[in-house]
Design a protein around this ligand. Structure first.
Ligand SMILES: [Zn+2]
Length: 135
């Protein structure tokens, strides 16, 4: 996959556990004792309001395309186009904003599976591909 990685924000207190898991290529979702799952990690469960019992739990990495757009105009010089920005709904429920390979005609509902782009600082970005494209 050839594309320019976006600027990735540093981990903070809230997102550190999520980012740490990406170093091992583990996709996690924040899960509350009430059973609610959410992403990105927050200080409060949006299901029940609890603040004490939120943990990062491994996700399967499988999901479906919830929405997407193909970007043809580079937002700044040096960014390769076209690229595909997508919302992926994980089978666990939460939605991730991510990218998809641009060499495929995507449709809403297409199955996707997680892959990883390693960042220079040891973290990794989850990028999704069609299961048949897995490399
Ligand atoms: Zn909860």
């Amino acid at each position: 996959m050839t594309w320019t990685p976006p600027e990735v924000p540093p981990a903070d207190e809230m997102t550190a556990a999520w980012w740490d898991a990406t170093r091992e290529h583990r996709l996690t979702v924040q899960t509350c004792d009430c059973g609610h799952r959410q992403h990105p990690p927050r200080a409060v469960c949006t299901g029940c309001g609890d603040t004490e019992h939120l943990t990062q739990v491994d996700a399967t990495g499988a999901g479906t395309v919830d929405a997407f757009t193909v970007v043809h105009r580079a937002p700044r010089t040096g960014v390769e186009t076209p690229y595909v920005v997508a919302r992926v709904r994980l089978v666990e429920g939460p939605i991730l904003l991510t990218r998809l390979p641009s060499d495929r005609d995507w449709s809403i509902g297409d199955p996707v599976t997680v892959g990883w782009l390693d960042l220079p600082d040891g973290r990794a970005l989850p990028l999704f591909t069609h299961p048949e494209q897995r490399n």
